[in-house]
Design a protein around this ligand. Structure first.
Ligand code: 9WN
Length: 438
């Protein structure tokens, strides 16, 4: 925790190794999260990757986001996976022949020329686009980067705000655990329990070719993921009917942060950002009204189909700390909770866990049920810094840098030991570590 990294030292092995990971995962127009486990383009991965790439090549960072947005659907959704046609179908499940985007998604305006999934991931993109622009405004203006992507980002937010307000309270819902990005978080256990799993023999999990079974979701989880995705596809990817609908604090906080970023982008393009900032504030009020729990001092997920807050403490409930305009008493409570026994920010863990250390479902190795992830740490670091918690932010930054390097840029780590889990040479780990080096 006390290791000092010198950002001016570009020859540092850390910088070079992170750059090498991003170089070897670059496909020419975008970056795969990992060569073996995730051989296509993922939506929120690309946003985090662009945030790091901007320090190596602002052009590549712009291209990363442009490539993703080229696969946007007519209704505004940005798909969670854009498939690489040169990768064999059996390299990743579910593959394009499962999603059938260009046929099943026709009514929702799926692109014809590229195959995608039909669900989404957290909207980190406008925030990433703004940070990428700021890294080299001259290049960005010269290429018309923001002018070209602004309408796409605006349509993306419109989709989330209008088609995904399934709870009717002004927040966006996710309709599949893969959409929120923390796939097997215990927060989903209750809403998922209502979903009849697809039989295990009806699909083949390619992830187990690359990852240890104890680090990955279970077959039962997969059965439910498959059922939800199949039903969504078979309904033509129309929103509002599915069995699973959850309002998640991190997903909505990222939407708010991105809406503020979109306001800044609008100003840069000569328009006014006032309406967007106001919308972000309305969303912030809805987030507080619907997901904040004053007793437990953090945000919780709301099960829209089941009616109430889901009483599991996931790291997603701390991520709204990212928002600069949260009331002081809320940020103070979030910091207290992060430092307390459930997350142990600067105490017994080496990196903040994805789930409650005291929770019944806590498992230090199984994916989003306990392990520490680098993107959530990056978001919390930003939140702590934004709210003047400099020492805590510095400590978290050092932990990220130290563990990213010692774990070989692992996908996630055991929060107590820092041991690598999942795959290594994982792109967003390298990208976000690089960002914190600068
Ligand atoms: C399903 C790519 C993605 C991340 C998610 C992470 C994992 C996929 C999977 O990998 O999800 O989308 O196959 O498990 O949970 O956050 O975007 O890195």
């Amino acid at each position: 925790r006390t290791i000092a990294y010198d950002p001016a030292d570009r020859s540092s092995s850390m910088h070079t190794r992170a750059a090498r990971v991003l170089e070897s995962n670059w496909t020419g127009a975008s970056t795969v999260p990992s060569r073996g486990l995730y051989p296509h383009q993922w939506s929120w991965d690309s946003a985090f990757i662009a945030i790091g790439l901007r320090h190596l090549s602002p052009l590549r960072a712009q291209t990363e986001l442009e490539t993703l947005l080229t696969a946007q659907w007519g209704d505004g959704r940005v798909p969670h996976i854009v498939f690489n046609p040169s990768v064999p179908l059996d390299a990743y499940f579910p593959s394009p022949d499962f999603w059938r985007s260009s046929t099943a998604g026709r009514a929702a305006g799926a692109p014809r020329t590229v195959q995608t999934s039909g669900i989404v991931q957290p909207p980190v993109h406008a925030l990433a686009a703004w940070l990428v622009h700021r890294a080299d405004p001259g290049l960005s203006r010269g290429r018309g980067f923001l002018a070209r992507i602004y309408p796409r980002l605006a349509a993306w937010h419109r989709y989330l705000l209008h088609r995904r307000d399934l709870g009717g309270g002004g927040l966006a819902s996710v309709v599949h655990p893969w959409e929120q990005g923390m796939d097997n978080s215990p927060c989903w256990d209750a809403p998922l329990a209502r979903v009849l799993p697809a039989p295990a023999r009806s699909f083949r999990r390619a992830d187990l070719d690359h990852g240890a079974p104890e680090d990955r979701p279970t077959d039962l989880d997969y059965g439910r993921y498959v059922r939800l995705a199949t039903d969504y596809r078979d309904a033509g990817y129309a929103d509002g009917k599915g069995a699973f609908a959850v309002e998640d604090p991190a997903f909505n906080a990222l939407l708010i942060a991105s809406e503020h970023a979109l306001a800044r982008i609008a100003c840069e393009l000569g328009a006014t950002g006032t309406a967007r900032h106001a919308r972000a504030e309305r969303l912030t009020t809805a987030l507080l009204d619907r997901l904040w729990d004053p007793e437990r001092g953090m945000f919780f997920c709301r099960d829209v189909r089941g009616g109430g807050l889901i009483p599991e403490r996931g790291v997603s409930g701390l991520i709204p700390l990212l928002l600069p305009t949260l009331p002081r008493e809320i940020t103070a409570a979030l910091v207290r909770t992060a430092r307390g026994p459930h997350f142990s920010l600067d105490d017994t863990t080496r990196l903040v866990p994805s789930y409650d250390l005291l929770g019944e479902a806590f498992d230090p190795q199984r994916y989003w049920r306990g392990p520490a992830w680098f993107n959530t740490a990056w978001l919390l670091e930003r939140g702590l810094r934004t709210h003047g918690e400099r020492d805590l932010a510095d400590g978290l930054r050092s932990s990220v840098l130290e563990l990213a390097e010692s774990s070989g840029f692992a996908e996630y780590v055991d929060p107590y030991t820092g041991a690598a889990c999942g795959t290594t040479d994982f792109s967003w780990t390298a990208a976000l570590a690089l960002d914190l080096l600068h």
